[in-house]
Ligand binder design. Structure first.
Ligand code: 7TS
Length: 410
């Protein structure tokens, strides 16, 4: 991987901050966009912009071709059986809300159980909480070991309960950084017919996803976490389940026939894509997939592992740093959450920001996980393939200075 050439595709990384190129370590929140992706979107808007599926003129046709064509790239990216299984949404959050509303609220009842994990992002937690409240189903949790971050083995037995009708979890936690191998868990849930919803927000940008091999029922991810525009996301759903679901939103392009009192809905995937679609976003996502695939997931993993290893080794040399989740780099998927003893995470982030370093602070939309771990908030450095070891060294040097700056001896 030619890191220098790659970084040239990301002019934003050359932004001057504190007398040097900015260090962008907030990739789990959103990634930066390379020139080829921006150019693809620009090209679409300057040559082909129209409203897809809604006209006979050249731009409407060009927009339809761009939109529908991008779906094939996404289908191949996920190895879905058909583009009918690929629904465009705004982001992971909207994808998960679609499943919760259109499947959860209509298929669950009192006596059923929804199983999630304590590590879920709010988009995969608050959503299921509401399904539970509306349907009377119980919401249960798999908890994690507070030190290692791994699922408690005795809690995994909850998956086998035949009352569990939905099992939803993030393939990669945005706080612990662990990749929870989904395949055996999916197999266990399917043994008694539960529907499995995978939140792929932190996995799809970093590792190969094959929805047929995983055999998951739903898979959600966001384009903006893998170099595409913000506002384009994906929901993969098994065709027979999507066919058996109510539309999420109603309006243009999702209908087949509308009469005064009744409507016949369109076939998949249009049934779930009401309103004028974000074609420029779809084009951007297609370009981003091509960009990421050209680098390759092996090279991405290799680079992220180097960065995580250096970060963890460096942090372990700095007194009073608590690493959240596993300390073994092999168990971390490109991100490290941590706290600095006696310094509020917001202060850490602000001190580092003054040095030109962007990290995330707060509860990272995983408030129940933080409460469970006994902390209010944490800091998080998260990487993508364009980050360098030199950036990690600079970050560690400045991190070392945080406590002394706050008046502590070390
Ligand atoms: N699921 C996980 C595991 C996430 O990390 C996020 C976003 C989402 C769902 C929601 O994604 P969205 O694109 O719909 O917003 N996580 C983060 C984060 O860790 N910091 O900012 C956003």
């Amino acid at each position: 991987m030619n890191l220098e050439a790659i970084r040239n595709d990301f002019p934003i990384l050359k932004t001057q901050c504190a007398g040097r190129d900015v260090v962008y370590f907030d990739n789990a929140a959103t990634t930066q966009k390379p020139l080829p992706v921006l150019q693809a979107a620009f090209e679409y808007s300057t040559h082909s912009n129209g409203n897809p599926h809604r006209g006979a003129h050249i731009f409407a046709i060009a927009a339809s071709e761009a939109y529908d064509g991008s779906k094939e790239t996404v289908r191949r990216f996920l190895n879905a059986r058909s583009t009918r299984e690929i629904i465009y949404t705004r982001n992971t959050t909207e994808s998960l809300n679609l499943v919760a509303r259109s499947y959860g609220e209509t298929h669950l009842k009192q006596g059923d159980k929804i199983l999630i994990t304590i590590a879920e992002h709010h988009s995969d937690l608050v959503t299921w909480q509401r399904v539970a409240h509306k349907t009377g189903a119980a919401l249960e949790y798999i908890y994690v070991d507070k030190e290692t971050g791994h699922f408690l083995p005795e809690d995994l037995k909850k998956i086998d309960d035949p009352a569990v009708k939905i099992f939803a979890f993030a393939e990669v936690s945005n706080v612990l950084g662990i990749h929870f191998d989904p395949k055996p868990l999916i197999e266990r849930a399917h043994a008694h017919g539960a529907v499995v919803v995978l939140d792929g927000a932190q996995s799809a940008p970093h590792r190969k996803v094959d929805v047929q091999d995983l055999d998951c029922d739903f898979f959600a991810f966001s384009g903006h976490k893998m170099c595409a525009a913000d506002g384009i996301g994906v929901l993969y759903g098994r065709e027979e389940l999507l066919n058996d679901m109510e539309p999420f939103l109603l309006g243009g392009d999702m209908i087949d026939l509308v009469e005064e009192q009744e409507t016949r809905f369109a076939e998949l995937p249009a049934k779930f894509e009401a309103g004028t679609q974000y074609v420029e976003g779809a084009v951007s996502l297609e370009a981003a997939i091509r960009y990421v695939e050209a680098i390759g997931f092996d090279a991405i993993r290799e680079q992220e592992q180097k960065l995580v290893r250096r970060t963890l080794e460096g942090m372990q040399q700095i007194p009073h740093i608590r690493i959240i989740g596993p300390k073994d780099p092999a168990e971390k998927e490109g991100l490290v959450a941590f706290t600095v003893k006696d310094v509020h995470p917001h202060d850490v982030a602000q001190i580092l920001s003054a040095e030109g370093i962007c990290i995330r602070t707060g509860h990272h939309c995983a408030e129940p996980l933080h409460r469970y771990l006994g902390i209010n908030a944490s800091c998080r450095a998260s990487f993508y393939f364009y980050n360098t070891e030199e950036e990690v060294d600079y970050f560690l040097e400045k991190l070392k200075g945080v406590r002394p700056m706050m008046g502590y001896g070390d």
